[in-house]
Design a protein around this ligand. Structure first.
Ligand code: F6R
Length: 260
């Protein structure tokens, strides 16, 4: 696991956008895994800026969302599908149908989860998966106790996650209880995992994910089992890491040809 500590969220966005740009240069039809929430916004903003300058194209790429609320009406402004379209995918040149998410309105949610797994597999798997981390160490919406081998399925949000997401819904009571989420095992199938975090609320979960024991109680800690993980943090989110000096030295001495 590589840990990169940056001075600003703009730098965080730029480093991760570099990795996505380089992937799309090597493989224009790459499959991206997209997270919603606040953490990846600097990445999307930087990608939008590069797209506007004609430096990057998503015209042959495809994308899969990590998760979706269950039961929000189609087009609800806070459905993750609407959020990602508004903040990123509709503003670049993804082809129609190239961006997929779990169907939180399906009559048969179990079948929808299985279909989503098949769609990811048929696309050849995810090349680069962007991730944020929840206050309780969740990735996707895999709350504590999630099987580290889990696949896309229905989950119940913890009270803490509903409180955290109440900012998008005016009140916790309006935050759906249920979600469909890629499982921890699904996420670990992606070829490169890139977790981004900024701000003081992320210091504790980041320390548990990066340096704590691998445990279903902190689903993000499963990233330690993956061969290619990059964690990009601002100074505050990195502040509880025991080995932060080592991560800084390693990054400063990294040969430029290595990339992320
Ligand atoms: C969102 C997702 C979640 C968020 C996490 C952090 O698609 O999968 O795991 O990444 O809840 O949310 P923010 O970034 O809003 O702090």
């Amino acid at each position: 696991m590589e840990v990169v500590i940056v001075e600003s969220v703009a730098e965080l966005g730029s480093i991760v956008a570099d990795a996505i740009e380089s992937l799309l240069e090597r493989k224009p039809d790459a499959v991206l895994g997209l997270a919603t929430g606040s953490s990846p916004v600097p990445v999307y903003d930087e990608l939008l800026a590069r797209f506007a300058r004609g430096r990057i194209s998503f015209g042959r790429a495809r994308a899969f969302l990590l998760d979706e609320y269950v039961g929000l009406p189609h087009g609800h402004p806070e459905s993750y599908r609407s959020v990602i379209e508004r903040s990123f995918t509709r503003r670049v040149d993804f082809a129609p149908g190239a961006v997929m998410g779990p169907d939180g309105n399906a009559c048969d949610l179990t079948a929808a989860c299985a279909a989503y797994e098949s769609a990811i597999a048929s696309a050849g798997g995810v090349d680069l998966q962007l991730l944020g981390v929840g206050a309780d160490g969740h990735i996707g919406f895999n709350e504590p106790g999630s099987s580290l081998g889990s696949r896309t399925r229905l989950k119940t949000l913890t009270s803490q996650t509903r409180v955290d997401n109440a900012r998008f819904f005016e009140s916790k009571d309006n935050v759906p209880r249920h979600v469909l989420t890629q499982g921890v095992g699904t996420i670990l199938d992606a070829r490169h995992l890139v977790l981004v975090a900024s701000g003081s609320g992320k210091a504790e979960p980041v320390a548990k994910v990066v340096e704590g024991p691998v445990t279903a109680m902190v689903p993000g800690s499963a990233l330690q089992l993956h061969p290619h993980v990059t964690v990009v943090l601002d100074e505050v989110a990195a502040s509880a890491l025991a080995l932060s000096d080592y991560y800084r030295e390693t990054w400063a001495a990294k040969p430029p040809w290595q990339g992320l």
